[in-house]
Design a protein around this ligand. Structure first.
Ligand code: GLN
Length: 561
């Protein structure tokens, strides 16, 4: 462990969904723009081992890191705001922590001692937190999920309390995010919920150094003073995270109130002022968009837009690159039928089918692909969206009318999308055997893999380089048995893995197909990976930029109809 890394612990009170992830990420961005090296970590109090198997409709998107961890969607905010990649050490759940303790107990590591929450679970939490510290890291921002007062988060908070003792006050800072509501009857900001939440935190031995109040408007000097008095912090340590129209305004709003200056003085991080011009410039550009482009997203988790968080952001970034606002149209694929496509998709300038799992709603997605192909409407298929494009093409252009994916029709004749029986495992470095079908965790191709682009294709044009690395999260693949028939009918394989997945001299395996496109179409591209995870407002992803560019040029006349 490094002697140098300092820690900011971020807790939340009163309610969930106050925007703790965004506040943490914004503070991380400000500290990074002071020239400090910053990393972030999320501790989630639930008992799932990781968010990988959680329903996106309940929990939002599963964010994937380069090293193949399936993590909380807040890590997406962290990457987009601080601009550096997170790793599997950036996200821990209580379930994972307990599983470590239980395996150690079975191995006899505790030498027959009684295994307890304190110290065994708390030690494991402290080890997880300290795992991100390093000689090169100035600051680690540790966000604790959930709300103070929840039973589940107690071991985490106790571990933080202990860490302050272990590391010393000079290396730890506690920031607590609460809610200050306004009463409609009197128009007054109410500080009582904040007082109660801080009281709860103090009863656990944690005194916050900084309080950030989420509120619809700035809370004013009087409330600030009251909160400072009751919660035992100085007045200049109470800030407002005011509601913003554009989430990228938050770093600016917090900077204007002097948040990172206060953090810097408490943790002695130096007086360098952050350079926030890129954020100001970004917000200005977003406020002055001159065009708009209507994009239909045909998916299955459309009830909760959070399920497509990174995708939504990446489209916004792609629009920004062209000075265009995205007019999002989320369409439930179950509603699409061959006879209502015009009604749902007629106005869309670009059509996108995102990632997803399971058979429900698939035929609607395939119909949307067919519509985009026939009407020459720009199409972008991501992971499942690429697989649907391959199925549609096989059925309607390559004469394989029964083509399907092994995921939806395990017994079909033409499994153009199939499941490989072995896979390279990031954790062990070995080619993993297919996991038992009842173990849904970790049986996927996860994390970053290289892909070689074919010169002259749209993918190559978009990226401008030949070798790329993108993040994957899927069980099924383009079936190489169908490469010949599909390419001879016009499908272009514009990106493939640089090496074969299975080294078998007797039966050489083709390289895995990672990107497909159509030559006789303005812009039709499907990728097996998830490019949305690597897009940020400062660096819009090349494929999103190219897709929006195509939608603006080629989808325009349809959109105006
Ligand atoms: N369900 C598909 C698979 O597992 C696609 C996954 C995805 O879109 N992320 O291969």
């Amino acid at each position: 462990m490094s002697k140098k890394t300092k820690f900011i612990f971020i807790t939340g009170g009163v309610l969930s969904s106050l925007g703790k992830g965004l506040t943490s990420a914004s503070l991380g961005a400000l500290l990074k723009s002071k020239g400090l090296t910053v990393s972030m970590q999320k501790l989630d109090p639930y008992l799932n081992l990781d968010p990988g198997t959680m329903n996106p409709r309940q929990h939002g998107e599963v964010f994937v890191t380069d090293d193949g961890a399936e993590t909380d969607m807040d890590l997406g905010h962290y990457e987009r705001y601080i601009g550096s990649p997170m790793t599997r050490r950036s996200s821990y759940t209580a379930g994972w922590i307990y599983s470590q303790v239980l395996s150690k107990e079975r191995r006899g590591d505790y030498l027959g001692g009684t295994v307890q929450v304190i110290p065994h679970v708390t030690d494991e939490v402290k080890g997880a937190i300290l795992s991100i510290a390093s000689q090169d890291l100035d600051l680690a921002l540790i966000e604790v999920g959930g709300t103070v007062g929840d039973i589940e988060s107690l071991p985490f908070l106790e571990a933080l309390r202990q860490l302050k003792g272990d590391l010393g006050k000079s290396r730890c800072l506690f920031l607590h995010l609460t809610l200050v509501p306004y009463l409609s009857t009197t128009g007054e900001p109410k500080s009582k919920p904040t007082q109660h939440s801080v009281k709860e935190l103090r009863s656990l031995g944690i005194q916050p150094d900084i309080i950030v109040c989420r509120s619809t408007k700035p809370i004013g000097a009087e409330s600030q003073a009251k909160i400072a008095l009751f919660c035992d912090v100085s007045k200049d340590a109470v800030f407002t995270a005011v509601d913003v129209d554009n989430i990228y305004e938050l770093p600016i709003k917090l900077h204007e109130q002097g948040l990172e200056r206060k953090v810097s003085s408490l943790l002695r991080l130096g007086r360098t002022e952050p350079d926030i011009t890129p954020w100001v410039d970004l917000v200005q550009r977003q406020a002055n968009l001159t065009k708009s482009v209507k994009i239909a997203i045909v998916g299955k988790y459309v009830e909760l837009i959070e399920a497509y968080k990174s995708l939504h952001e990446a489209l916004t970034h792609g629009g920004l690159a062209h000075n265009a606002r995205i007019d999002f149209d989320y369409i439930n694929s179950e509603e699409l039928k061959p006879d209502n496509l015009e009604k749902y998709l007629g106005q869309a300038q670009g059509i996108l089918v995102p990632g997803g799992f399971g058979a429900r709603g698939i035929e609607g997605m395939i119909s949307a692909v067919g519509y985009a192909r026939n009407k020459k409407r720009p199409y972008f298929g991501i992971c499942l969206g690429m697989q649907c494009a391959v199925i549609e093409f096989s059925r309607n252009q390559a004469g394989l009318s029964k083509a399907d994916s092994e995921e939806f029709k395990p017994k079909c004749n033409h499994k153009v999308i199939f499941r490989m029986t072995g896979w390279y495992d990031h954790n062990t470095g070995l080619r993993a055997q297919r996991k038992a079908d009842d173990d849904l965790g970790g049986s996927m191709r996860l994390g970053s893999y290289p892909c070689k682009l074919k010169p002259g294709t749209r993918a190559h044009q978009a990226y401008g380089v030949e070798m790329i690395h993108e993040r994957h999260r899927h069980r099924f693949e383009f079936n190489p048995d169908y490469i010949n028939i599909l390419t001879s009918n016009g499908l272009v394989l514009s990106g493939q893995a640089p090496e074969s997945p299975i080294e078998n001299p007797d039966m050489p395996w083709p390289k895995l197909v990672e990107i497909i496109e159509l030559a006789d179409h303005p812009w039709f591209l499907g990728c097996q990976f998830h490019p949305e995870f690597k897009s940020s407002p400062m660096h819009p992803h090349p494929l999103f930029k190219a897709f929006i560019g195509a939608a603006l040029t080629n989808g325009g006349r349809h959109g105006k109809k």
